[in-house]
Write a new protein. Structure first.
Lengths: 398, 167
């Protein structure tokens, strides 16, 4: 296990708003609320924060209708809303595996002493006057001139396309309840999470009865668009000790992007960014696979979690659905508790910030009814396919 | 090349086939012009022969700015596929459910084009051999995937091996 020193980076504060599907508040206001809560949670003051980053791409894939402060909140807007003393580092990240792209940047900024206390946030907005993901465009321009005329419009298309090849390669002659089990496990955990938007119980039958959005993906394979914000505060080594909360240490982190994605990447695992994000990560963290007490696996669409399970070698390639469907595997008391907070599928679409926040709560021992007993080391992944990230976190004892 | 299909604006079926138009630009003009002339052509590097799609200002492999839209065979394999049940645009409201595929062209590993499969949905599967054809929408022509022959020919062992294995 890793020895922490003054250069190691720790998460020392977390904050969030309520999760809603019909908030009347501006996204900027929700972000400020989450940021102030995270700073207070750390026992710090606004004046202590000198670095800030966010993943600020639209919460809605392909949207061009965002209004700064109302439906999104970039760093300049947030800096304008909070009376900081001095900001020495900032990054408005619009590409990459969402939450971890912004968090990774902040970790590197802290390591480089570009700042001493960094605030990382994500605000998400659900449109109120039209169905989420629906766009109006008469023409496709830029790269979308090669996709819109064919009706390839939103992120669910991309996941459905990738997942189809997985199914046709590995599950051509067998059925699996893997994704259903995964979605049901998420929902079960969400019922233990007051911040989760989905509070109705779900069964395997409910999953299969849910409509196709883009076949082979059901409605319950897709995350839930919500209003809300999550923020975290990070600092370096010694500064992390003696604050209000037990620090949660970042043992290793890695971003990865396909060398060229064009429209799509092929399914060669050796060229897969997920593989690059995972390669050597546990070694660098000084932990073994068996040390992982929980896995908050990105589930913007449920097949992404399957990709991550297989990439980290929790099961063989092509066996992810079988793994998920085994009893006693991914529940809170199981072999590898997954998405203990409900995941994006049932907590809501925070683009990975929910995953990170849950990892912090679990490692503090503060996850309440959904606490994984004795959790000391956790794995978080965000993104998938062309743009991936993974992180290993641990409590202070590690 | 596969078939050329002209839509009939008087036909009820074809009318619901109206789709958002592609807006060609300085990088892509040649692609759409070729399509209008009923030629399926992909940007190819004059220096190293590498195909780049969507078109870019430089060759993705060697960086050369010298490039030509070059007719390709149109032979390919469905690499990814899906069927959209929920429409996300007005233009597709009456069309859903519709299929969407990514075709890997024979000319180069990983040379992908997005299109619709204009064949029997029952046949739709990754690994299915297809032939690119052209669909005339009046003001523009869209490359589309058609069954390789009347019955569709499926590779015996499903999708082709991973590209690293095939080398």
């Amino acid at each position: 296990m890793k020895h922490h020193n003054e250069e190691s980076i720790a998460i020392v504060g977390v904050g969030r708003t309520e999760t809603s599907t019909k908030s009347s508040q501006a996204t900027g206001a929700l972000v400020v609320e989450a940021c102030r809560k995270a700073i207070a949670d750390a026992g710090l003051s606004v004046g202590d924060v000198d670095g800030i980053s966010t993943y600020s791409a639209s919460a809605e894939y392909g949207s061009n209708t965002d209004v700064e402060g109302l439906t999104r909140a970039g760093v300049e807007f947030v800096i304008d809303c909070i009376e900081f003393d001095r900001i020495g580092w900032f990054a408005d990240v619009v590409a990459g595996p969402p939450a971890l792209a912004a968090l990774d940047a902040a970790v590197n900024a802290l390591k480089a002493h570009a700042c001493d206390v960094a605030l990382v946030y994500r605000g998400v907005h659900k449109p109120k006057t039209r169905h989420y993901g629906r766009i109006e465009a008469r023409r496709g321009s830029g790269d979308t001139q090669f996709t819109l005329p064919y009706g390839m419009i939103t992120a669910v298309h991309i996941s459905a396309l990738y997942y189809s090849r997985y199914l046709d390669t590995y599950y051509r002659n067998r059925e699996s309840t893997g994704l259903a089990t995964f979605a049901v496990n998420n929902r079960h955990n969400a019922l233990l999470n007051p911040y989760a938007v989905m509070q109705q119980p779900m069964t395997i039958e409910d999953y299969f009865a849910s409509r196709w959005v883009v076949e082979p993906l059901h409605l319950f394979d897709c995350d839930v668009p919500v209003d809300g914000a999550v923020a975290i505060v990070l600092t370096r080594g010694d500064r992390a000790n003696g604050l209000a909360q037990a620090p949660v240490h970042i043992l290793a982190h890695q971003l990865a992007h396909a060398p060229s994605s064009g429209h799509f990447i092929d399914d060669d695992v050796n060229r897969s960014p997920a593989t690059w994000a995972a390669d050597g990560l546990l070694d660098r963290a000084g932990v073994a696979k068996r040390d992982i007490d929980f896995f908050q696996a990105y589930d913007g669409f449920s097949p992404l979690a399957v990709q991550w399970l297989e990439t980290f070698g929790f099961c063989d390639r092509g066996e992810g659905l079988v793994y998920l469907s085994q009893p006693g595997q991914i529940g809170i008391g199981g072999e590898l508790p997954m998405n203990t907070f409900g995941g994006s599928l049932s907590e809501g679409r925070f683009h990975g910030m929910g995953h990170i926040m849950e990892a912090v709560l679990q490692l503090r021992g503060g996850a309440g009814q959904r606490q994984v007993p004795g959790a000391q080391v956790g794995l978080v992944t965000v993104g998938g396919y062309a743009s991936c990230a993974a992180m290993v976190l641990a409590d202070g004892a590690n | 090349m596969g078939p050329v299909m002209k839509l009939d604006p008087e036909s009820e079926v074809d009318r619901v086939m109206e789709v958002p138009a592609p807006e060609s630009d300085l990088l892509t003009q040649g692609y759409w012009e070729n399509a209008r002339n009923l030629v399926f052509a992909i940007q190819r590097c004059d220096e190293c022969g590498f195909y780049t799609h969507p078109p870019r200002g430089r060759c993705r492999s060697c960086g050369s700015p010298e490039r030509t839209f070059t007719p390709v065979s149109g032979d390919g394999v469905i690499y990814y596929r899906c069927t959209t049940h929920q429409s996300f645009m007005t233009e597709f409201d009456e069309r859903a459910p519709y299929n969407l595929v990514v075709v890997e062209l024979r000319e180069q590993t990983g040379l992908f084009v997005v299109c619709n499969f204009r064949g029997d949905s029952e046949q739709l599967r990754c690994g299915l051999q297809v032939q690119m054809g052209l669909e005339d929408h009046g003001t523009f022509v869209l490359p589309q995937a058609f069954p390789f022959d009347a019955h569709g020919v499926e590779e015996e062992d499903g999708p082709r091996p991973l590209s690293s294995d095939a080398a």
